[in-house]
Design a protein around this ligand. Structure first.
Ligand SMILES: Cc1cc2nc3c(=O)[nH]c(=O)nc-3n(C[C@H](O)[C@H](O)[C@H](O)COP(=O)(O)OP(=O)(O)OC[C@H]3O[C@@H](n4cnc5c(N)ncnc54)[C@H](O)[C@@H]3O)c2cc1C
Length: 441
């Protein structure tokens, strides 16, 4: 097993850095068990693409990315079993090649399966990715392996568990037959798209709205399942559209010094990149998932019950349009929809949910980005839940009010990890593990 000594762990956008004493690159389950059982403290990570401080911060670390094989296919059941360090890209390419899909995908393919599951990663018009997991082998704090299947009660706690209950080793996904979507995209005023959410969710197989703050506009993307042979007039707009992220980066360069510049930049970005329509077809993966990004960014995301969204949206819009505060928000705020489930720490626990992303294109100056604070204040007031892998300040007190199963999760965590082996300082504060919080205060 490859080992590194005394190095620095750095998250993908450079905002989180930790010195470590030992890092292990495991490539099989036995190595994973051995390292987990023999260390007092351990964290493990995938692609390091979380903004929340959940992946490192302990002297010993496990890099999961070499634990990345496809273990088996069950062609009758349409299931695939993979090692948890596999990238989502490789999983999705593998299942597409046999005519299958997972029907709700995030807008990123470089993350690992373990990382994606642990933080409740989601797409739109479906369920969290972890809801398609039917079985997982979990390496517990003592190094033993527990197999958790969709028929076990424990699965509801394990699906979204931030690597606090154990390390996911191999994971089985239930897939569905692949399908083709006819995608239509175009701008709409806030007055148009907001009241149509529920009817569109019924009508379309895919719905995503890129809200464009400070422009009164949203960019609506719908998808309808079609026969793959249906002729679609492909119109992807002018070639320069692919430079949107680069243009945003330039236009937002000084917005940390003059936040109001954002409002002007957004109007220009709307005119240049979001004011025309597009039409195309492809599988969910081909047609809707971003395959490469030229630069880093910093992210927050909040979620709210579908019924409460219009009110929260209006409040948020009023707040950020006040020029008296500095909460100007970069384009776009990604509005997506996830359907209710039973997972304890899921955003959609027992409620159909709207998720709303908030991006800072300047990762390095994200600490001064007022928008992250404003969005948290408004969503928390209405019982909104934060994305576990993204930036937020809420801790145990707030989380216990938002998640009905928070205390049950904490109890289970203490049972499965009585010595707090899997807690770094951030996670210790999150679950208020008193001993560790005091040690790290
Ligand atoms: C550009 C960008 C786009 C994104 N788009 C979306 C999106 O569309 N939808 C969405 O929901 N999220 C999105 N995210 C968030 C992202 O999906 C999560 O942060 C995800 O956790 C990152 O995966 P990773 O492999 O980088 O995990 P890491 O950041 O490395 O780790 C995340 C957590 O998972 C734990 N972990 C890692 N492996 C395992 C394992 N095997 N078992 C148990 N725990 C494990 C780690 O300890 C850590 O707590 C996006 C992030 C970025 C940067």
């Amino acid at each position: 097993m490859k080992q590194e000594k005394n190095g620095t762990w750095v998250s993908w956008n450079g905002n989180l850095k930790y010195n470590f004493k030992e890092m292990y690159h495991i490539s099989n389950e036995e190595e994973l068990q051995e390292i987990v059982s023999s260390r007092d403290k351990i964290r493990f990570f995938g692609s390091k693409q979380s903004s929340a401080d959940i992946a490192a911060g302990t002297d010993a670390l496990i890099n999961m990315t070499n634990y990345n094989k496809i273990v088996s296919y069950d062609y009758n059941q349409k299931t695939i079993t993979v090692q948890s360090g596999l990238s989502l890209k490789e999983l999705l390419e593998a299942i597409e090649s046999v005519g299958w899909c997972i029907p709700c995908l995030p807008d990123i393919n470089t993350i690992t399966i373990g990382g994606a599951l642990a933080t409740g990663t989601h797409g739109t018009s479906g369920k969290l990715l972890c809801e398609y997991m039917t079985e997982c082998r979990l390496v517990l704090a003592d190094g033993s392996v527990k197999t958790v299947t969709k028929d076990d009660d424990l699965i509801d706690a394990v699906r979204v568990s931030l690597g606090m209950l154990g390390v996911m080793s191999t994971v089985t996904f239930q897939c569905e037959p692949s399908y083709t979507l006819h995608i239509k995209e175009g701008p709409e005023s806030d007055k148009e798209w907001l009241p149509k959410i529920k009817s569109r969710l019924k009508k379309h197989d895919f719905l995503r709205i890129l809200w464009l703050p400070h422009t009164n506009k949203g960019y609506v993307i719908t998808g309808d399942k079609i026969d793959p042979n249906t002729k679609v007039h492909e119109d992807l707009g002018p070639k320069y559209l692919k430079h949107r992220r680069k243009a945003s980066k330039i236009l937002y360069k000084y917005t940390h010094i003059f936040p109001w510049l954002t409002a002007i930049a957004n109007k220009l970005l709307y005119k240049g990149f979001f004011s025309t329509t597009k039409e195309h077809k492809g599988t969910l993966y081909q047609a809707t998932v971003t395959k490469s990004r030229g630069s880093t960014l910093e992210l927050a995301e909040w979620t709210i019950a579908l019924d409460k969204f219009p009110q929260v949206f209006k409040e948020l819009k009023t707040e950020i349009n006040k020029w008296s505060n500095k909460s100007f928000i970069h384009i776009p705020m990604d509005v997506r929809f996830v359907y209710k489930d039973k997972s304890w720490l899921s955003y959609a626990y027992k409620q159909d949910t709207v998720t709303m992303g908030c991006v800072s294109r300047n990762a390095a100056t994200a600490d001064t980005y007022e928008a992250f604070k404003s969005i948290e204040k408004i969503f928390i007031k209405h019982g909104g839940r934060p994305h576990w892998g993204k930036r937020f300040k809420a801790k145990d007190t707030e989380l216990s009010k938002i998640y009905p199963k928070w205390e049950a999760f904490k109890e289970l965590r203490s049972e499965l990890d009585p010595t707090n082996k899997f807690l770094n300082p951030y996670l210790a504060k999150l679950v208020n593990a008193k001993k560790l919080v005091n040690e790290t205060a």
